[in-house]
Design a binder for this molecule. Structure first.
Ligand code: NAD
Ligand code: DAU
Length: 349
């Protein structure tokens, strides 16, 4: 018999890619998406899923106990996968409160519902940012599941707080939990506030490409489908109580990513504008994925050179999706986040 899976945050970037993977790979399962539809949630992303009778969308806040309880009562889920979060580091620096509310309290509300109604698995989608950063001059160091939590931003602190709470619910109440900590994702449906889609959208409009500092910070990029496949394996075959790191040993400097995008779009590198750095900017992230490989046989399938081509093509083929986003409130966001930085850079030039 098929399972019922509640996917929170399924109208966002990774959650939506996960919804599509589940509907395709497990047609016997019922997928219920619970999403508040914040600025980052987009129902257009789920338009195809809406046509599938195995899919249901419910607009609700994971912090709303009554709404969450009602949904659990109606659906009696077997598995809950929590993607719902405030996810952008820069926004957390401007306004930490909502990050603590959604990312920590929301996690608690979901787990309380799981305890009350009984579930097979609660899975927390966490991040490699909970480990803090690594120095650039120690390429031999990687984040393992044993690396201590050591956060830099209000975002990563809120995610680490949630992870601690998940482990506490497992130990104290015996809740069957798992946690995954993945590196930077890229691919279709990523909101254009994040590095890769922001640079694609700006380059296509011949606008400045705002690189923080020298652009030497390193991120470990993984194609979103590979992340979703790892979570699919963890919720079905992973061991209760475990933490799984997810990453594909694909470390790249920001500046090199931006240059690749310029080249792919035939845009000049003169668009690159070095702007004031992010406060508390983490230098390097690098995941050691040995454990998930050994335990569950997971390996990334998409090489960066193919994934970035597919991603850029997706943004070219789906202009209405992101043009619609950047035509509204996003303009105010962009002005607030980058206006001063770009003006300063222009003055210096
Ligand atoms: P996103 O910002 O694109 O999407 C977040 C989704 O959560 C949106 O649909 C939004 O409407 C929803 N949401 C926000 N607050 C909510 C609330 N209170 N109640 C219900 N829904 C709410 O985020 P993403 O990049 O898809 O990240 C998804 C998860 O994966 C997050 O938990 C993030 O911490 C984690 N993660 C992201 C990355 C990455 O590179 N993007 C890497 C590792 C882990
Ligand atoms: O590592 C996983 C994390 O990756 C996730 O937990 C977060 O949800 C996700 O947003 C991402 O965090 P980052 O801060 O690494 O991603 P972002 O795309 O915001 O930035 C990537 C790098 O690019 C980072 O070093 C900052 C830099 N950057 C970013 C933007 C938006 C720029 O130089 N200019 C920019 O305009």
């Amino acid at each position: 018999m098929g399972k019922t899976i509640i996917v929170t945050g399924g109208a966002g970037f990774i959650g939506a890619n996960f919804v599509y993977l589940e509907l395709q790979e497990h047609p016997e399962d019922r997928i219920v998406c619970l999403d508040k539809l914040t600025y980052a949630g987009n129902l257009e992303t789920l338009a195809e899923a809406m046509k599938n009778p195995q899919f249901r969308f419910v607009k609700a806040d994971i912090c709303d106990r009554e709404a969450v309880d009602k949904l659990f009562e109606e659906e009696k889920p077997d598995i809950v996968v929590n993607f719902a979060a405030e996810s952008h580091v820069d926004r957390s620096i401007e306004n930490p409160g909502i990050f603590l509310q959604t990312n920590i309290i929301g996690t608690q509300v979901l787990m309380d519902a799981c305890r009350k109604h009984g579930i097979e698995r609660y899975h927390q989608v966490s991040t490699d940012e909970v480990y803090g950063d690594l120095p650039l001059d120690r390429p031999d160091l990687f984040f393992t599941e044993q690396t201590p939590l050591h956060t830099s931003s209000p975002y990563s602190s809120s995610k680490a707080g949630a992870d601690l709470l998940v482990n506490a619910y497992h130990r104290t109440y015996g809740l069957p939990t798992t946690i995954s900590r993945c590196s930077n994702n890229y691919g279709p449906y990523q909101f254009p506030e994040k590095l890769i889609p922001l640079m694609i959208a700006n380059a296509l409009a011949d606008k400045p490409l705002p690189v923080y500092g020298e652009g030497l910070n390193v991120r470990d990029w993984l194609y979103v489908e590979d992340h979703c496949k790892a979570i699919d394996l963890i919720i079905r075959k992973g061991k209760v109580g475990e933490v799984y790191n997810i990453g594909g040993h694909n470390e790249m400097r920001n500046i090199d990513i931006v240059k690749i995008i310029c080249e792919a779009l035939g845009k000049p590198e003169s668009l690159i504008t070095h702007v004031t750095d992010r406060k508390g900017h983490d230098m390097r992230y690098a995941i050691d994925p040995t454990f998930i490989h050994k335990e569950l046989g997971w390996l990334p399938e998409t090489m960066f050179k193919d994934g970035i081509k597919k991603t850029i093509q997706w943004y070219l083929d789906n202009k209405p999706w992101w043009e619609n986003i950047i035509s509204g409130e996003y303009q105010n966001y962009f002005h607030k986040m980058y206006g001063e930085r770009l003006a300063e850079a222009e003055e210096k030039a």
